[in-house]
Design a protein around this ligand. Sequence first.
Ligand code: HEC
Length: 229
Amino acid sequence: MNDRNRHPDHNRPRRGPSGAGSEGPSDGRLVEAHSQLSRDKDEPAEGFSLTPIFIVFLFCAFGFWAGLYLTRNSGGFSAGAFDLDAPKAVVAGGPVAFEPDIAKGEQLFLANCAACHQPTGLGLPGAFPPLAKSAWVAGAEERLIKAILAGLAGEIEVNGAKYNGNMPNIGANLKDAQVAHIATYVRQAWGNAAEPVMDAKVAEVRKAIGNRAQYNPAELLKEHPLESK
Ligand code: HEC
């Protein structure tokens, strides 16, 4: 009775290849699930789509803007474009205008004069006379210009105090415009209130005195006496 031996097997639930038992999914269900999974793969994934493209465009736009900016503002990549002392052309090609510039004057003063006369313009007692409230600075501009161009040596009285020092001919190495900026600054800083100085005046004085030695203060006073306040 071979059939009898096999009989119970017929009533047992069929097992799948995996042996998952009766609770396991049917073949049809498995196929359906897989086809769903393979469809899922094509759905849009997170990230890595629009943002990087956007950034690439942003960089391109920035590069483009930088190029435009450089082209417009580089002055043709010529060093001369940044020479702040270069004369400014007036509209319609008229004469070159000079404007005494306090800010430039201050920079030049700090670089050329402040070591002795101090950034405060107060000088150092016994060594360097003050420029603040000094009668030598105000009044006739020639006196100040001559002092800057040729220098001073010998006894001098400033604001009631006596000095006997030596000021080199600083202005000999400066341009007319630079001397004018300094002189204007010195005449208007620290409570001083004298007229600005033009570069043409500096050029005129420079030509008149030539390459002379330092002035003795008394000699300079003879040419340009101190104005009574
Ligand atoms: C190396 C130091 C030194 C430097 C730099 C110097 N001076 Fe003087 N300055 C002196 C001395 C010292 C005197 C007094 C000269 C004397 O005793 O005859 C003097 C005198 C003067 C005076 C007349 C006196 C007064 O106090 O008003 C003026 C104006 C003046 N200097 C302006 C300047 C200016 C502007 C600069 C820069 C361009 C300058 N000096 C740079 C040392 C200096």
